[in-house]
Write a protein that binds this ligand. Structure first.
Ligand code: C5P
Length: 401
């Protein structure tokens, strides 16, 4: 089978060096990559590097190898075009349909999915001109990944950083796998909760659970690749890299998670509660570390109920038509218990998995049945958490339509 053809457009920003890593990931995972830098990108990383790493010729202008009509062919033959970094200038030229170099010609001739990973200073990103260009590109079906927040070129920090190349690669992989040029979640805001809450007993101890957050991260990553604006409320998921283009809100306890979810859900089209939220928390919090007392039994831990966030947001929808999805781990009588839980929580979809026999917590795989409030029952076979995530978004997307 032919290798999927990817065009890597690189524009002139300091983050161009990070595109080398993206290129490496693409070639090593079996893609045929043609790098199309802009002339200014070559100030940062030279043509020799792009050519050596991709194994393909590199040019910035339409005047090289004219007999091959590169200004048309490269775009026509591509299965995916990804522009990383995309500068304010490149976004503007793309939005306005200019064709003054090989990259912009390629963007006009490509009929495949297109991903832009912008990187620039915060002021340039926030400027209405850039924001309008981004909105135009999204409206036309491109996936424009939100820049990350962090250190910029100099000592300054803010929004505008190129997301981690590994995470841009994940977006490309998902977009290529779906192969659609019209992302179905574009213009949608989705909220995903992930991880497991920790309920503190004292400054050093907590009641927690084994949730790794991987399923929630897979949901966030796949939603971003389908064009959604994603808020990921992440409970104790240190160690997992922020998915590209996703707004990550770190939280610790169920009460904090509730606050973050309610805030983000106010204008959300869908909320997916993948986090393992503790049903109970210690009724009291000891300001100092709890000490053992010689010759005495330890004090029992008295628990208080946590709010049921899923039930709350389902009963009191922030927007009409908002789609709400819950997760449930069951050990026995999975479907009957799942159905009862779906009713009790009042959500639209409940992803039920059986825990125990096969590991779910921390593993890369999952197996589930998605129950719908409309009586539907969609089995998802054992496979990557991303596959389950895609099924969840298929069902959410259907309901949003
Ligand atoms: O009741 P149970 O914990 O099995 O329900 C699991 C689902 O409910 C998950 O989607 C979880 O995120 C959500 N949940 C919640 N608030 C709680 C407990 C669970 O939103 N206090």
């Amino acid at each position: 089978m032919d290798k999927p053809k990817v065009v890597l457009g690189v524009s002139g920003g300091i983050a161009a060096y990070k595109a080398c890593e993206l290129l490496r990931r693409l070639t090593e995972s079996g893609h045929d990559v043609r790098v199309v830098p802009t002339a200014s990108a070559l100030h940062f990383v030279g043509a020799a590097t792009w050519s050596a790493l991709s194994g393909n010729p590199v040019s910035t202008e339409v005047w090289d190898d004219v007999h091959e009509v590169p200004h048309v062919r490269i775009g026509q033959q591509a299965d995916l075009v990804v522009v990383a970094p995309a500068t304010a200038d490149t976004l503007a030229r793309a939005a306005h349909g200019l064709a003054d170099d090989l990259l912009t010609n390629t963007l006009l001739t490509a009929r495949c999915p297109v991903v832009f990973a912008p990187a620039m200073h915060t002021e340039m990103w926030e400027h209405p001109a850039t924001q309008e260009n981004v909105a135009t590109l999204r409206r036309r079906g491109a996936v424009v990944i939100e820049p990350a927040v962090g250190r910029l070129t100099g000592v300054d920090t803010g929004k505008g950083r190129l997301p981690d190349p590994g995470e841009i690669f994940e977006v490309c992989r998902r977009v290529l796998a779906r192969g659609v040029t019209e992302p179905d979640l574009k213009g949608r805001h989705v909220v995903v909760s992930a991880g497991g809450t920790r309920e503190p007993l004292d400054p050093v101890r907590f009641l927690g659970n084994r949730s790794s957050g991987k399923q929630g991260y897979a949901l966030a990553r796949t939603a971003a690749a389908r064009g959604a604006r994603v808020t990921l409320v992440a409970a104790n998921t240190t160690g997992l890299p922020d998915p590209a283009g996703v707004d990550v809100v770190p939280v610790g306890t169920a009460v904090q998670l509730r606050e973050a979810v309610l805030k983000a859900a106010a204008d959300a089209d869908a909320v997916v509660m993948a986090a393992a939220v503790a049903d109970f928390r210690p009724a009291t919090y000891a300001a100092g570390k709890i000490k053992k007392k010689d010759g005495q039994d330890p004090d029992p831990i008295v628990l208080a109920r946590n709010p049921d966030i899923l039930a709350e947001i389902s009963a009191d929808r922030a927007r009409p038509g908002q789609v709400i999805v819950g997760f449930a781990a069951e050990t026995d009588d999975v479907l009957a218990n799942g159905r009862r839980k779906l009713e009790r929580k009042g959500c639209d979809l409940l992803v039920v998995n059986e825990v125990g026999e096969r590991k779910t917590f921390g593993s890369e795989e999952n197996e589930a049945v998605v129950l719908g409030a409309d009586g539907t029952e969609i089995p998802v076979p054992y496979g990557p958490k991303e596959a389950l995530a895609e099924t969840v978004w298929d069902l959410v997307s259907e309901r949003l339509r």
